[in-house]
Design a protein around this ligand. Structure first.
Ligand SMILES: [Zn+2]
Length: 358
């Protein structure tokens, strides 16, 4: 695949989480190894602790920062929700990134399940920070100006900080599975991961909350794909994934102040990983998903009206087996589903490692 095609596909996949390593494995060309390595395989230095963190040369300070971030968030939800997760982090510069991640540089993500590895960029200027700039015009100018002036900062710095918030989102996916929530559709899965992130920064990282509040919105440009059904069908292949994530984040900013962490508890009751004995475990229809969410936090139906419409159901059949699977298996199944949805060959399938997950 030529460089222009790689860039085109990369842009399609950009979001504030995306990951989906398997997808880009198909358009990585000869630049990426057929068998992905980990930072540990590369012999990179390691920070020990509850969240082992590997890092590229010169990235020790950033590795320490991200290690603390992820460890603090894991500890916070362990205390608040009883979750227990094991995770490692790879903090990589561009040179090491292409040896480990099939994603464009700067797109945080996670892969694997034993334990999951969250990979984060070591340096500024990655694709997520670049795409964060696309949301600038959607922020009320006075709101943005006041923030930049009060904090003596630039929008570029704000965009870079948002990359680290995406790291919290990645841990949110892992916490979601650990906590026992089984989102019956992809869009809700993404929304919940960001909800975990926003809950954490709201309570523990007050300096980051205004950044989420600034950037947690879709760009003005309304993309080709705007329906939730399209998101289910195309996932990271939609035009554009960042717009969808912005829509999810906008909803979270509305729900969290009213519901707080209790919303996560209610989500687990509404969408449990394991159904009670005798209870039908088939995934709920799109209408039922929205009805349940509306009952938990009024406003979901009105929010859903902001998306486009088509006739396909929000929940696809393939989610039936995903939602009924164990959390680890669910990661693997979703990886394979994402690969198929994006139309790329799976260089690594669920059976040979189960890597790559948004
Ligand atoms: Zn995600």
């Amino acid at each position: 695949m030529n460089p222009a095609e790689i860039l085109r596909r990369s842009r399609l996949l950009i979001s504030f989480c995306i990951a989906v390593g398997l997808v880009l494995a198909g358009c990585a060309g000869s630049k990426h190894p057929k068998s992905f390595k980990t930072a540990a395989d590369l012999g990179l230095p390691k920070l020990t602790g509850r969240v082992p963190t590997y890092y590229s040369t010169g990235a020790s300070a950033r590795a320490e920062k991200l290690q603390k971030d992820i460890a603090d968030m894991a500890a916070f939800f362990r205390e608040r929700l009883g979750t227990r997760v094991e995770v490692t982090i790879d903090v990589l510069n561009p040179q090491d990134w292409v040896r480990v991640s099939p994603l464009p540089y700067g797109l945080p993500g996670y892969y694997g399940s034993n334990p999951p590895v969250i990979f984060m960029p070591a340096t500024p200027g990655g694709l997520v920070s670049q795409m964060a700039l696309a949301r600038r015009d959607a922020i009320p100018p006075e709101m943005l100006g006041n923030y930049l002036q009060a904090n003596h900062t630039s929008f570029d710095t704000v965009a870079e900080n948002f990359v680290d918030i995406v790291g919290f989102h990645e841990l949110g996916h892992i916490l979601c599975a650990s906590y026992g929530i089984s989102a019956p559709c992809r869009w809700l899965d993404e929304l919940i991961a960001s909800y975990f992130a926003y809950a954490f920064i709201s309570e523990q990282r007050p300096e980051l909350k205004p950044i989420f509040d600034l950037l947690g919105r879709p760009s003005y440009r309304r993309p080709k794909n705007t329906s939730l059904a399209d998101f289910e069908r195309l996932y990271a292949g939609v035009d554009d994934y960042g717009w969808y994530q912005g829509m999810f984040e906008m909803r979270i900013r509305d729900v969290y102040p009213r519901m707080g962490i209790a919303f996560l508890q209610q989500l687990r009751a509404a969408f449990p990983s394991q159904s009670p004995p005798g209870v039908e475990s088939a995934p709920p229809s799109s209408g039922i998903v929205l009805e349940r969410l509306e009952a938990l936090a009024p406003g979901f139906k009105a929010w859903a009206e902001g998306f486009g419409h088509n006739e396909e159901p929000i929940g696809a059949d393939k989610h039936a087996r995903i939602s009924r699977a164990s959390p680890n298996k669910r990661m693997q199944l979703t990886s394979a589903a994402v690969t198929r949805a994006a139309g790329h060959p799976a260089r690594r399938s669920a059976e040979d490692g189960g890597r790559g997950r948004s």
